[in-house]
Design a protein around this ligand. Structure first.
Ligand SMILES: Cc1ncc(COP(=O)(O)O)c(C=O)c1O
Length: 413
């Protein structure tokens, strides 16, 4: 037996032990344990990947596409992406050295942070946001600095309030628009302010634009298309959302050559290349599926209108999301915490939504409902939610002690 001492905290690295479990995971363990749930919880399209993509992948298997590709990804895919990004977003990238194909946008975020950060350097994380940003900064050896945004400001960035958080060690800001979970997006004016701020403070922006194609009322503007911004932007996106390809695991990063070269260094040692078959599938998606995107977006749009109308009708204030497929619903007038309401709703009515706190502390007082779910599911969920809210309102008016023992009781109108 070895007499070497185990480090305090066991054999797991301290920074990994200290990471909290994802708020979504925790909640979904509860959901899985509850039968007959109507789930508006997951952030994944309910549509199958368009048939032409699946068929092309079958064909590529038959052709024996079973080997590695270049570390950067298939050159045909990078060329097609380059043309697509330029046509749709005025973002011109050289397929040879400014585009890297990754295992989902998730890997692109991880590589970008690992390529940029020296130990202890800081990254501004704008919350509420996608659950992975802050933990990924920590895993890259950096320090996430949280900047909260609020519904009253349309979840926009107040640059006056952000300025004091910038230190000598700040390297980057992570933004995501259209946003998961709020559905808010940035217009040209927002982006110009952000660009001016980034230039003044000499910061890199990780711009996660994975929901760009799911923008409903306006045209998505890519940060990299603003003058002077391509040099300091890492554009991150992928095929999971608008192309309904979550399981294929294809994303990409576009950035200046020095950053892509650094990201490829890590990628070549850890991943080698994104799955070959999935890269061919993504090529078909880029070349042939613009109409599929339009028809899925139309479906999401109808569901968006429905769900927002219903939430407001049952007394839960909900802004119209401008993009993505989430409604971020204020539950402040119930007097319940986000977690209490989600747990109560799941228990009493078997409807799953995600507590706003899963996306940062400033998400307290909100729940996230995904409308990437069939119309029938949404109708059923809203009927049950209406019943639940009516019941807590009724209990509150009777002066009954709050269900779930919330100390503040109910403040429903
Ligand atoms: C904002 C955002 N970025 C990135 C991802 C991860 O995407 P991928 O499946 O491409 O890794 C998600 C998934 O929910 C997301 O919401």
């Amino acid at each position: 037996m070895s007499n070497r001492r185990m480090p305090a905290g066991g054999r797991i690295a301290r920074h990994v032990s200290a990471l909290p479990p994802s708020g979504i995971r925790k909640f979904f363990d509860l959901v899985t344990a509850t039968p007959d749930v109507v789930s508006l919880g997951v952030g994944e399209p309910d549509f199958l990947t368009p048939w032409t993509i699946r068929e092309q992948a079958i064909y590529e298997i038959e052709r024996g596409r079973t080997t590695y590709t270049s570390n950067h990804g298939l050159i045909e895919l990078r060329r097609a992406l380059s043309g697509w990004l330029e046509k749709r977003y005025d973002a011109a990238y050289n397929p040879a050295d400014e585009i890297l194909i990754t295992v989902g946008a998730s890997e692109a975020i991880d590589l970008a942070l690992r390529a940029l950060l020296n130990p202890g350097e800081e990254v501004i994380v704008i919350q509420p946001c996608y659950v992975s940003y802050a933990p990924t900064v920590v895993l890259a050896g950096g320090k996430p600095v949280i900047f909260p945004t609020h519904q009253k400001d349309g979840f926009r960035i107040d640059f006056g309030a952000l300025l004091p958080l910038i230190t000598r060690r700040t390297r980057a800001i992570i933004i995501n628009y259209p946003n998961n979970p709020t559905g808010a997006t940035f217009n040209r004016n927002d982006l110009e302010q952000l660009a001016a701020f980034a230039c003044r403070q000499d910061l890199v922006i990780l711009s996660d634009e994975i929901y760009a194609e799911l923008t409903y009322d306006a045209r998505h503007i890519s940060l990299a298309s603003l003058p002077g911004m391509k040099e300091r932007t890492i554009l991150i996106s992928g095929f999971s959302k608008a192309h309904a390809m979550t399981g294929w695991r294809i994303g990409y990063a576009c950035a200046p050559p020095d950053i892509i070269t650094a990201m490829v260094k890590i990628h070549q040692y850890t991943i080698m290349c994104a799955p070959t078959l999935s890269q061919y599938a993504a090529l078909e998606a880029i070349n042939e599926c613009d109409d599929d995107i339009v028809s899925m977006r139309e479906q999401y749009d109808m569901r968006r209108q429905f769900i927002v109308r219903e939430f407001n009708a049952i007394g839960l204030k909900t802004l119209m999301p401008e993009g993505a497929f989430y409604a971020f619903v204020s539950i402040q007038n119930t007097g319940m915490s986000s977690e209490e309401l989600c747990a109560g709703l799941l228990h009493d009515e078997k409807v799953a939504v995600v507590p706003g706190t899963a996306f940062g502390a400033c998400g307290e007082g909100f729940i996230r409902a995904s409308y990437a779910s069939s119309y029938e599911n949404l109708e059923l969920a809203m009927e049950r939610m209406g019943r639940y809210v009516a019941r807590i309102k009724h209990d509150a008016h009777k002066g009954a002690p709050c269900r779930h023992n919330h100390p503040h009781g109910m403040r429903m109108p």
